[in-house]
Design a protein around this ligand. Structure first.
Ligand code: DGP
Length: 114
């Protein structure tokens, strides 16, 4: 999608700090980190949110979680713990409408979700 910021990051048109990449998935550091480790795991193909991803026949949704788990290990937060979040739509406060999973860790997160 030509005006999507994450599509531009995937294409390298906007710089990012990449931490993981495979054929279908890219992960890079969030520009506005909420925790010492704050990484966004995104499909390279544009899709708006988890609802769109869940409609697919393939296992991309599983691959995104597997990539997030591998990144958590690689970034040394697997032992101490971390949080995976995907915001969806208006009430979910999704601001970038290209599916992404936030991987947050590196400090004690609060018990509150909202
Ligand atoms: P959400 O509210 O779930 O849609 O989160 C979008 C996240 O994307 C937010 O934490 C900030 C991040 N973000 C937005 N624009 C950029 C960018 O150009 N580069 C990077 N690295 N992150 C971005």
């Amino acid at each position: 999608m030509s005006d999507c910021v994450f599509c531009k990051i995937v294409k390298g048109e906007i710089p990012s700090t990449r931490v993981y990449e495979d054929e279908e998935i890219l992960a890079f550091r969030d520009v506005n980190p909420q925790a010492p480790t704050h990484i966004l795991v995104v499909p390279k193909e544009h899709m708006a949110n988890v609802l769109a991803c869940a409609e697919r026949k393939d296992d991309l949704i599983g691959k995104l979680f597997k990539a997030a788990a591998a990144i958590a290990r690689e970034q040394d937060v697997a032992e101490t713990g971390f949080r995976l979040v995907t915001n969806c739509g208006e009430h979910g406060a999704q601001s970038v409408h290209h599916l992404h999973i936030h991987l947050l860790g590196g400090r004690q997160l609060t018990e509150r979700m909202v």
